[in-house]
Design a protein around this ligand. Structure first.
Ligand code: ATP
Ligand code: MG
Length: 378
């Protein structure tokens, strides 16, 4: 089975690794260079997008910031899953917020800002603190501004005015700042038949707006049920096929949706070691029409992102239950270069292993891990 993936980053790479045992062969479309490449070596395969679309049995995506004409071309082929509507909803915060409202799913109150009058209305209606996010092309906390108090409004507006003036397609979504207790995410998979399988909620810790650590452990049933209901509402509305991730804020036992990702997700990388069938295999199973795989938590697992570093001390590989996943990328400050998955049969054992790992990793490159250590307990 041949699958074309839009995007040629680490998610396409990990799909290829998970797909090989299923006899699924992946080629990847690099949007930046407009070329079809091998997902592991990134070597050009010498064919163009139109040929690759014709050649593939299924087309899917590993990221949502894909030019509209390409989405339309893929949609027209009739092979694109989860399809253009879902990808666009993940890539444009205006569509995303409208989708959440349409599904009756709770999220932070918001207004769309196109000009100064909209900005003033947002500040007076939503109050402060506020967070502003670019409608298009936002990722890893980029394209965001914060208004802590009304006195900062002029200065914040000036930055946003320059940003809006530079790109006629852009807008800004103003959102109430949520004083959350925790950030959680749910990764699940929906088949063409409508069948849904979800992994347990994962607890996420961000540093400077970028995911640093995800922890998958047995979860509170009430929270899991809320998350699953929201997942079903969104996935059914989109008639979604494939893996979908939803990021949440937890506020006093209630979940609010932060955003959705219509694809496999960084907070689901733990499934490579902590679940029976990982998110990459489950995504491929769904889009190629195979039965969905088991999504239960097999063992508590932590995922630690490797950001901006191209090596880690080899000694960490001597820790039992530790797996290293490099993405084969050129080093750049802050870039997602790889991740570490760490599993154990109990939370107590996971905590002990995590403490050893923290001792071995350089603190400057892996800040705030100690904070997560405290969370790994019953
Ligand atoms: P990524 O692609 O890494 O998920 P992103 O650029 O799409 O990030 P968001 O997930 O919307 O951006 O925001 C990044 C982080 O900023 C969130 O994980 C959260 O910590 C914080 N944040 C975003 N929106 C709010 C909000 N309304 N209230 C409080 N914190 C927020
Ligand atoms: Mg996010």
């Amino acid at each position: 089975m041949k699958v074309l993936v839009l995007g040629a980053g680490q998610l396409a790479r990990m799909m290829a690794l998970a797909g090989a045992p299923l006899n699924i062969v992946i080629s990847a479309y690099d949007v930046n260079t407009d070329t079809i490449v091998h997902p592991l070596t990134l070597q050009k395969l010498g064919t163009g997008l139109s040929n690759a679309i014709a050649d593939a049995e299924v087309i899917t995506a590993e990221f949502e910031h894909i030019p509209l004409p390409i989405l339309e071309q893929c949609q027209q082929s009739g092979k694109f899953l989860p399809g253009s509507e879902a990808i666009q909803a993940g890539g444009d915060r205006r569509l995303e917020k409208a989708l959440l409202a349409r599904c009756g799913v709770a999220s932070a109150s918001y207004l769309v800002i196109n000009n100064e009058a909209d900005f003033k209305q947002a500040v007076s209606e939503l109050g402060s603190p506020l967070i502003f996010k670019s409608a298009l092309a936002g990722y890893d906390g980029k394209g965001q501004w914060r208004l802590k108090a009304p006195g900062q409004a002029d200065a914040v507006w000036q930055q946003m005015a320059d940003f809006l003036a530079a790109d006629a397609k852009q807008a800004i979504v103003a959102e109430q700042f949520i004083g959350f207790n925790r950030e959680l995410s749910l990764v699940g998979v929906r088949a063409g038949s409508g069948e849904v399988n979800v992994y347990p909620l994962t607890e996420n810790h961000h540093v400077n707006g970028v995911l640093s650590v995800s922890l998958a452990r047995p979860v509170n049933i009430m929270l899991q049920q809320q998350a699953e209901q929201m997942f079903a509402a969104i996935a059914d509305n989109l008639n979604y096929v494939g893996v979908l991730a939803i990021e949440f804020f937890e506020v006093d036992g209630k979940l609010l949706v932060n955003e959705i990702a219509p694809r496999v997700h960084n907070s689901g990388h733990w499934t490579q070691q902590g679940a029976d069938v990982c998110q990459f295999a489950n995504h491929l199973r769904a889009v190629t029409g195979m039965p969905l795989g088991n999504t239960e938590l097999l063992r508590p697992t932590l995922m630690i992102n490797i950001l901006g570093e191209d090596h880690v001390p080899a000694a960490i590989l001597s820790i039992a239950g530790l797996h290293l996943h490099w993405y084969g990328k050129q080093k750049r400050p802050g870039r997602k270069m790889g991740h570490i998955n760490l599993s154990a049969d109990s939370l107590a054992e996971l905590k002990a292993r995590f403490a050893r790992l923290i001792d071995l990793l350089p603190e400057a490159a892996f800040p705030e891990l100690e904070q997560m250590l405290g969370r790994v307990s019953d």
